[in-house]
Design a protein around this ligand. Sequence first.
Ligand code: MCA
Ligand code: AMP
Length: 498
Amino acid sequence: MTELPIIRRAMEHGDAVAMSTGHGRFTYRDLVGNSASVAETLLASSSGQLGTVTAVLAPPGADYVAGQWGVWRAGGIFLPLCLSATPPEWEYALADSQARTVLAHADLAPGIAPVCQKLGVKLMIMNESPAISPSRLPAIDTSRPAMILYTSGTTNKPKGVVTTHDNIRAQVESLIGAWEWSPADRIPLFLPLHHIHGIINVLSCALWTGASIEVFGKFDANAVLCRVAEGAYTLFMAVPTIYVKLLETLEAPQAKDREARIAGFRNLRLMVSGSAALPATVFERWRSMTGQALLERYGMTEIGMAISNPFRGERRPGAVGVPLPGVEVRLMAEDGSVIGCENSLGEIQVRGPGVFSSYWNRAEATAESFDNGWFKTGDMAVLEQGYYRILGRQSVDIIKSGGYKLSALEIESVLLEHPSIKECAVVGLPDPTWGEAVGAAIVCDPRDALEISQLRDWCRARMSVYKIPKCLVLAEQLPRNAMGKVSKAQVSGLFGHS
Ligand code: MCA
Ligand code: AMP
């Protein structure tokens, strides 16, 4: 049987513990076996390989992996759904991706069942399938699409980023080499599993290597810190917001087990930060407390990880380092010329085998995002003494909050559905914990008395918690520039920021 590389490797890791969760320990053999059952169940109701999109709604853990690998082994395209998404957000992802099936954990199935019913998508409950005699699973062409991740861009609706099995392999192998992963590694997983950081950098790198993952349902500073103090890990990967939250917990006057927890961090072989800019002040606070120089790296859903500070060598605060193995990076000046010197600002463009194949069903957007095979990231950087330093983004409409990429336009379009909101403008406001916090300036119909708490409840039914504006101002009108367009810089000013 020709298996996908990640399955072949998992078979070799056999009885090693792949993950421990609140429900027990799972060996690589368990994961391979469970995923074969999922694949067989999916194939039982299809003729030949799946070839279509199957969405998975499962908490982080063994069922999630069985779902991911099961879809892959059946020849399908895996779409991980966000656990905290609202029904309208699930509906969008399922309809846009043309998913035929949702494979859901029994506890989560009732929440998504009405959406599946509305769209005519088949809902399968995990572990409820009839036992099927093992069949021969199809050989999968690794150049085929493997995964779709929804990411916000400068459009008001997220786009599906399609990566092939070969793209994923390139992304994983690049990181394993650069950060020297080994089967002896033990890593906590508390990041969501509908984004690259959790899926590729933690889950897939660990399982590819034969390492062991401890799974948390969600990030809980005290639970993680207890295990750090017990010496449970060798590796740690998080977004900057999590390092800020850990610092706050460790620096609190009544911090529990402070010394043991700090010693636990000191003993790790590597701690990585990414998904958003790591402020140099946080880097320094973390280093002075734990002795660990956080390794900051830069990536994007469309390209995986592209640039990283070195595992061995100088880790420079405020810089993201040098291109990862197998990744080519260039800076493009505004006039369309490739920058060939240091200290000159340009857009980061990336080329390599890890770069995604296309946006799902959006040929035009795909074509527009490439320049002769180079992916245009929209992030602006300079090269300084050999290291890249990111200085911002081309679009003010992209917000990074808690490591999540949010589209201001998407949030605005939801707010405008509110019957009392006539106009609104969403901006990212500098925030020491979240990187950026979502701010919304709202113009209401003067006859309506808009209750902020009611508006929050209204938002909660329509968007994931991390998209809901944290700062709101009611304005009589939105500030505009000379062209009559809403000026986002002036909107930020309404919150006291410029
Ligand atoms: C939650 N809250 C927020 C945000 N999220 N407030 C502002 N901004 C946010 N982004 C609020 C909630 O409304 C709630 O408020 C309170 O914080 C606690 O919410 P909770 O969900 O419990 O927060 P948390 O569990 O502490 O979450 C923080 C987190 C999480 C662990 C940092 O945001 C997270 O997992 N972020 C990682 C996202 C990620 O993986 N990004 C990678 C994308 P109230 O109490 O008032 O209700 S991939 C990527 O970017 C590329 C490829 C890359 O380079 O990695
Ligand atoms: P996403 O679409 O969720 O994949 O987010 C990717 C974006 O996160 C990038 O385009 C950057 O804007 C941002 N990003 C990721 N890592 C870093 C970093 N180390 N420093 C600054 N921005 C980052």
